[in-house]
Design a protein around this ligand. Structure first.
Ligand code: URA
Length: 433
């Protein structure tokens, strides 16, 4: 005889539909029974829609997060003998910050266990970017990860299948049922993976603006607060920065070109916004790990962070000196008049890079590492007629037409003195202790 189930999924769906708070035992059972296949996708779809519409209390969100952590393995780096600190970004256009940030923080003796993903849709994935380095391997064992954290101090690698399997199943379901953008579900999804990963400190880069996952700053603030509370409740020292994603970050969008730009930042140069955010997040990651007042800028300028980068890339089979792939075809878009670039919207540029082959439409698709966009001007820059504004790069020239369609109306040249889009600061707020 089949075992007796503690609850009935339909009762729990009705309860959430009618705005009743679910108990800890109900949430534990729901997540466990869904992971083992007893609760059907149809039932969980109804539940996620009820949560989307009616929300969850702080206690329910915490229980949901803990139940998702309990669905898989939980890593433990306490044996490393040094503090651990990690960063998670909610994703944006040209967001390559993890690449210079990991070695920068690791340089100060704070280990960075960065489990990352591949991109889907217009936001790129950190692993896709790093895989443009010849020989570099994203998949490593837990033992290799531990050894690299001990010997090099930082690692960026693929999350194994054992980490929060309930979230994997639930996220795929939300993706096809219009229930991704629910704060309780986003917060529990992100934090279950980060807490299961075993870091003792965590900084969240929560984006707002047209190229962000949640465009409205107040919704982003609520997401940040919810995630900081979840981290603190689980004993992980957590803080968040709210950062502007109305314009692309840096001058590159793609994979190999974003690695090149990251290496420039590690060499003490690079675009001002990428350097500023890298430094701000590094300071936060060190602060939540109990290390205030380090000379973060100095480690970028004197080559210490670059040194750690080279060792981390080599430890995963990559050649830090190898030539990165270059696209076969290029298409340059020029300014049609003299003036000032007053608008450059992140989302259309992200979509264009994706259409050029830098991103994937389906999980199983490969990405083209050399495809992407290089920006030659940023909002506020003066431009002259005929000057290059941006260059599209692709292996197949047929891709240019649809990419150009995506960026139509996405930038504008105005007169000197006209207000420039998003003059606000890159870092709008900080949330945490
Ligand atoms: N990223 C995640 O991992 N989960 C979400 O729900 C949204 C973004």
């Amino acid at each position: 005889m089949a075992g007796v189930e503690a609850f009935d999924a339909v009762d729990l769906i009705r309860a959430k539909r009618d705005r009743r708070e679910l108990t800890t035992a109900e949430i534990d059972w729901l997540v466990e029974a869904y992971t083992r296949g007893y609760v059907a996708d149809e039932q969980m779809s109804a539940m996620t829609m009820a949560i989307f519409l009616n929300g969850m209390t702080r206690r329910e969100i915490r229980d949901l997060t803990m139940a998702m952590i309990a669905s898989g393995e939980r890593m433990d780096f306490s044996g490393l003998g040094k503090p651990t600190s990690d960063k998670h970004s909610t994703g944006g256009v040209g967001d390559k910050i993890t690449l210079p940030l990991m070695p920068l923080v690791a340089t100060f003796g704070v280990a960075v266990p960065q489990l990352s993903g591949r991109g889907l849709g217009h936001t790129g994935g950190t692993l896709d970017k790093l895989e443009s380095i010849p020989g570099w391997r994203a998949e490593i064992t837990n033992d290799e990860m531990f050894a690299q954290l001990r010997d090099v101090g930082g690692v960026i690698c693929a999350a194994g299948a054992g980490l929060a399997p309930a979230d994997k199943k639930l996220y795929a379901l939300r993706d096809i049922t219009g229930t991704v953008e629910a704060i309780p579900l986003i917060a529990s999804s992100i934090m279950s993976k980060k807490i299961a990963e075993g870091t003792s400190a965590l900084v969240l880069d929560v984006k707002f603006g047209s190229g962000a996952f949640l465009q409205d700053i107040e919704r982003s603030r609520e997401l940040a607060r919810t995630m900081v509370e979840l981290g603190e409740d689980a004993g992980v020292a957590t803080s968040a920065l709210l950062t502007n994603m109305n314009v692309p970050l840096g001058l590159t969008i793609g994979n190999a070109n974003e690695v090149r730009e990251s290496v420039e930042v590690l060499a003490g140069g690079g675009p001002a916004d990428v350097r500023e955010l890298t430094i701000a997040l590094a300071r936060e990651m060190l602060a939540v790990a109990g290390r205030d007042g380090e000379d973060v800028e100095g480690a970028l300028d004197d080559g210490r962070a670059m040194d750690t980068w080279r060792r981390a890339i080599a430890a995963q089979g990559g050649d830090p000196d190898a030539e990165l792939p270059v696209a076969r075809e290029h298409h340059v878009v020029t300014a049609d008049r003299d003036g000032v670039l007053v608008e450059q919207h992140a989302l259309p540029f992200g979509i264009a890079a994706w259409r050029l082959g830098a991103g994937r439409a389906r999980k199983q698709d490969p990405v083209q590492h050399a495809a992407g966009i290089e920006l030659h001007a940023k909002p506020g820059d003066e431009v002259r007629a005929g000057q290059p504004l941006f260059t599209l790069a692709a292996d197949e020239p047929e891709r240019f037409a649809r990419a150009l369609e995506a960026v139509e109306g996405a930038w504008r040249i105005g007169d000197p003195g006209e207000p420039v889009q998003d003059g606000g600061p890159l870092i709008a707020d900080r949330i945490g202790r």
